[in-house]
Design a binder for this molecule. Structure first.
Ligand code: SAM
Length: 289
């Protein structure tokens, strides 16, 4: 992706860490072009199923089996407390991947449910459930059509899950609003929108603007038949605020985690070099009316 799966839109090829998914899918090119809901869903399933094992091998140790990390900057919920009290709360994790955040929430007395579009990522989640002995419920579904009744949850969260990968992220906001109880919080992290303008390069090449921040045309990787194998959608900061307000949320805070001194972990395009200069993550803290 533009970021968390470490491909390389502004560089000269695809990520080193995700070569096997690129090869398995026969990805041959990169383009900015319109990508609708069905093609986005299909590309995300293809990508995350193909990349699940590499993603876990590359990032699993940093993420931990039972840890709630919001972002490559390393911010953890045990210190940030962005969700507020979780004990006894029903919590939905959107785009849970291997569901480390849900397992951490379970150890804090919450009742989490992890939801993801990718069977491959949920296979990693089941393996981590078994490894850790913290067994959280997992649901295979699309974030734009949540398979839950109205007002099912007290809280919802997402660490880089689903939101950047759907064509209609306003629909995700509306769905999360629907399944939350009044007063519930929706806290989600995405790549900071400013990063759209820069190449996904953790080094000095990643410091020069190459693309318009205002160009919302999706980023897509494709195979020889033109089939999208990976897609990312961009919203400016203003777009995102309008989506949230339009769905009925109040934006309580916007966290832009700073790169911690001494933190050396490079995650795709996130690095100490860039982190010192440009925000890499935006965390939206919202309250349902
Ligand atoms: C960058 S990974 C993040 C995973 C996990 N939250 C983490 O912190 O490692 C993005 C996740 O979003 C999921 N995803 C993408 N599109 C989705 C959709 N439309 N609905 C639900 N999940 C989706 C992917 O399958 C993948 O597991």
């Amino acid at each position: 992706m533009q970021n968390t799966s470490d491909t390389d839109p502004g560089g000269d090829g695809f990520s080193d860490g995700h070569v096997s998914a690129v090869q398995a899918l026969g990805t041959t090119g990169i383009v900015h072009r319109p990508v609708g809901p069905a093609e986005s869903r299909s590309a995300s399933r293809l990508w995350w199923d193909a990349d699940a094992d590499d993603y876990q091998a590359t990032h699993g140790e940093f993420l931990g089996d039972v840890r709630f990390r919001w972002c490559p900057e390393g911010l953890v919920e045990s210190e940030a407390g962005l969700l507020g009290p979780v004990d006894g709360r029903d919590v939905l994790e959107v785009g849970c991947g291997a569901a480390s955040c849900s397992r951490w929430l379970a150890t804090q007395g919450a009742r989490p449910v992890g939801l993801d579009l990718s069977a491959g990522m949920l296979r990693q989640a089941r393996a981590a459930n078994a490894r850790s002995g913290v067994d959280v419920p997992l649901v295979l579904a699309d974030a734009t059509e949540l398979p839950f009744p109205d007002a099912r949850f007290d809280l919802a969260c997402s660490a880089f899950g689903a939101v950047p990968f759907v064509d209609d992220s306003a629909a995700v906001m509306r769905e999360v609003h629907r399944v939350l109880r009044p007063g519930g919080r929706w806290v989600f992290a995405t790549t900071h929108p400013l990063r759209w303008a820069f190449p996904d390069d953790p080094g000095p090449e990643g410091l020069t603007v190459y693309h318009s921040y205002f160009d919302r045309t999706p980023y897509a990787e494709f195979d020889d038949d033109g089939r999208a194998t990976y897609v990312e959608h961009h919203r400016t900061l203003g777009d995102r605020v309008r989506e949230l307000v339009g769905a009925g949320f109040e934006l309580v805070d916007l966290i832009e985690p700073e790169w911690p001194e001494g933190h050396q972990e490079v995650w795709g395009q996130w690095s100490p070099l860039r982190g010192a200069l440009v925000p890499g993550t935006a965390i939206y803290v919202c309250r349902r009316d």
